[in-house]
Design a protein around this ligand. Structure first.
Ligand code: ATP
Ligand code: MG
Length: 258
């Protein structure tokens, strides 16, 4: 299996004593689109922060893009993030810079040429519908517009993984729909996408994998539901053929879960 993100028995307890994540195990494959849902305080942002190494786990192992993030040295974090586009819940835009420069900055930070920046930034700003605001400062924009700048910055380096913490939290329903549609198109070209959202309508409409977190635990995962269905299907086929003594149930199960 080609997993891009793997959590093995991961727990995160903050210094305050809050158990934000509790023995979470899951795998996300390259090219998947996953919605993360759950109530406020459930642990969704913590889950994303562990992936990007903004927080470190208290227990367990996290592998991202082949890198053991749980043991990563601080100096290696930029190397990990090079393949990640991140939309933070609180945007984290730089107000001293224009919208254009906020996006260009992400390209310059990884050493893109000036001509690449000149071509790419207007294209990305157009994509998120903000070309006309290129010379504004973030503080002059609405919440939804700031959110789209943050999205543009996440997309601009064409990362392998996009991690978006409520990218539609401040956006009207129609624009939210368009943003997820845009992420879907990017996903269709092979980018792995993780989106935290509270919007059930979006989740229902797009019919992607949904991981639900409650009180730090993964309480449902539509991918696992599907795998279980496959398993029961195969077991019934197995029973159908059970005249043959050569069949070995455990190994068949293994094959199915892989
Ligand atoms: N830096 C921190 N220090 C201490 N506790 C924290 C910290 N960050 C989050 N928490 C706590 O950990 C728990 C999970 O927080 P988290 O931000 O992951 O939730 P969330 O699911 O993203 O919620 P929301 O939907 O409101 O953004 C909460 O109880 C929160 O108060
Ligand atoms: Mg959050």
């Amino acid at each position: 299996m080609d997993s891009i993100i793997e959590f093995k028995n991961v727990s995160k307890t903050y210094d305050s004593g809050t158990h934000a994540l509790n023995n979470a195990s899951l795998e996300i494959e390259k090219g998947e689109f996953v919605f993360i849902v759950g109530a406020s305080g459930a642990g969704k942002s913590t889950f994303l922060k562990l992936i990007m190494h903004e927080e470190v786990p208290s227990r367990g192992t996290i592998i991202v893009n082949g890198i053991n993030v749980s043991k990563l040295r601080r100096s290696k974090v930029p190397y990990l993030r090079r393949n990640m586009g991140i939309v933070f819940q609180d945007f984290r835009l730089i107000d001293k810079m224009t919208v254009y420069d906020n996006v260009a900055f992400a390209m310059r930070a990884i050493g893109s040429s000036a001509s690449a920046v000149r071509k790419r930034v207007p294209y990305i700003l157009e994509l998120v519908g903000l070309k006309h605001k290129a010379n504004r400062r973030p503080s002059e924009l609405s919440g939804g517009e700031q959110q789209r700048v943050s999205l543009a910055r996440a997309l601009v380096n064409n990362p392998a993984i996009i991690i978006a913490d409520e990218p539609t939290g401040n956006i009207d329903p129609e624009m939210s729909f368009e943003i997820i549609e845009l992420l879907s198109e990017i996903n269709a070209q092979g980018t792995t996408i993780l989106v935290v959202t509270h919007e059930h309508d979006l989740v229902r409409h797009f019919n992607k994998r949904v991981i639900e977190i409650e009180k730090g635990r993964v309480i449902s995962d539509t991918k696992e539901d599907a795998a279980e269905m496959d398993l029961s299907f195969s077991t019934s086929e197995l029973r159908f053929e059970s005249d043959s003594p050569a069949l070995d149930t455990p190994s068949v199960k293994e094959e199915v879960t892989e």
